[in-house]
Design a protein around this ligand. Structure first.
Ligand code: ADP
Ligand code: MG
Length: 409
């Protein structure tokens, strides 16, 4: 399987050559031997080339090829040497490589990167979807990879076959998805099975007998499911390469027409986890509707049951001061702590609470889960209302989706 020379072209259309070359334990990469590379290739190489973790040594680029000039413009060597700030390389086209290892920085970083790469307001709905994908991927690295150096991330807008697309990539050199999932799913017996499982919505039925039996309080298992559904619904492309397996999912004209395959040979993966996501620019016509569609598709996979409605979308009594949710925005750790400290004890004492969702830019399902799964169950058990104000339509439908699996029964 060893190949001595790096691939000439690093394109998401055909990710196998780079992955195979990396698999051959090459030791060094000289980008002056590569003609073209898309952003995911630079993220992959920079993830492995970080000087604190040199799985790969990167030669200084001489600018002989397109790929080496691109790497230079994207701050390839800066990110290998340290943690440069998030900046555009070329505004509205490329965002430089950067690193991230702090939970509180996830939402600001995702929102900045998506704004820099998609500057045009007509593409706002695509930009929000890209922000969503970035939040979930960055969070996965910090929550699951055990890579002490955190994530490498970058973004690019490009064009081929007469169509513009946006591509983002997030990499880590951590334990991989198989290892991370095995704790909860001891019967998983291969990296491919683990990757496939990682895309399921982890609602209660998805947990193995004898394991937790319901989604855990802090993790809904919805991150990769949402991302893969966005790819299916919006003609996107998703590549997940993790230790021992690589999957490639491509959306078709209709969601049912998507294709899904593992790259050959079996065992081909990435020394860590690398996720690349791409979709046509301007593809998302209505972000809120997209989220609702995905929530509905997740519900279809749940056993049919009675859903209880518990959130009260109405003005709370005057003496009840709403908590401002933006205070823990997209920091799932902070959200669970906030719930345990402020929400659950009050609800347990049968005091109602109110939440104000104003100014929430990106609101992932995983975040709503961390903030409210446990609180909602306490509220239901104690029969106390949770008031919700200023929730945008996508937030409201996300809360209703949470009710459907937290209170179904
Ligand atoms: N970068 C990563 N490194 C290691 N494991 C990962 C990574 N990303 C995802 N996983 C694994 O895939 C599972 C599914 O991820 P996700 O759908 O985002 O759900 P959640 O993060 O809520 O568990 C995670 O629980 C974890 O086991
Ligand atoms: Mg996740």
């Amino acid at each position: 399987m060893t190949t001595a020379v790096p691939p000439n072209r690093i394109l998401l259309e055909d990710p196998a050559p780079l992955l195979r070359w990396l698999d051959g334990k090459p030791g060094a990469i000289d980008l002056d031997q590569v003609d073209v590379s898309e952003i995911w290739g630079l993220v992959a190489l920079a993830t492995l080339g970080r000087h604190e973790h040199p799985a790969l040594s990167a030669e200084p680029t001489r600018g002989v090829t397109g790929a080496s000039r691109f790497a230079h413009a994207l701050g390839f060597h800066e990110v290998i040497e340290g943690s440069p700030p998030i900046e555009p390389a070329e505004p509205a086209r490329t965002v430089k490589l950067s690193r991230l290892r702090d939970f509180a920085a996830i939402e600001p970083a995702a929102s900045k990167i998506s704004r820099l790469v998609i500057a045009d307001d007509p593409f706002e709905d695509t930009r929000r979807a890209v922000g969503y994908v970035l939040v979930e991927l960055l969070r996965n690295v910090l929550q699951h990879s055990q890579d002490p150096l955190g994530a490498v991330v970058a973004a690019q807008v490009g064009a081929h076959s007469g169509r513009s697309w946006v591509q983002v990539a997030v990499g880590d050199a951590g334990i991989g998805i198989f290892e991370a999932l095995r704790g909860m799913h001891p019967s998983l017996d291969s990296a491919r099975a683990a990757l496939e499982r990682a895309l399921w919505p982890h609602l209660s039925g998805a947990f193995e007998q004898g394991m937790t039996g319901s989604p855990t309080q802090s993790n809904a298992g919805l991150g990769l499911f949402f991302i893969s559904e966005i790819a299916k619904l919006e003609r996107g492309k998703l590549v997940i390469a993790s230790r021992g397996a690589t999957l490639l999912l491509e959306g078709g004209e209709e969601p049912e027409q998507h294709t899904f395959r593992f790259l050959e040979p079996e065992g081909l993966g990435f020394p860590g986890t690398l996720v690349a996501f791409e979709m046509p620019l301007g593809e998302v016509a209505d972000y809120g509707r997209l989220m609702e569609t995905i929530q509905a598709r997740a519900k279809e996979r749940q056993p049919k049951r009675n859903v209880h409605r518990w959130f009260t979308f109405a003005t709370p009594p005057v003496d009840l001061r709403p908590f401002l949710v933006s205070y823990t925005s997209e920091n799932t750790q902070a959200a669970s702590e906030f719930s345990a400290r402020e929400l659950e004890p009050r609800l347990f004492r049968r005091e109602s609470v109110a939440l104000d969702f104003r100014n929430i830019d990106i609101c992932t399902q995983s975040y709503l889960h961390a903030l409210l799964y446990a609180a909602l169950r306490v509220a239901w058990a104690r029969q106390v209302p949770i008031y919700v104000v200023n929730a945008a339509p996508a937030v409201r439908s996300g809360l209703e989706f949470l009710e459907s699996y937290a209170l179904g029964g």
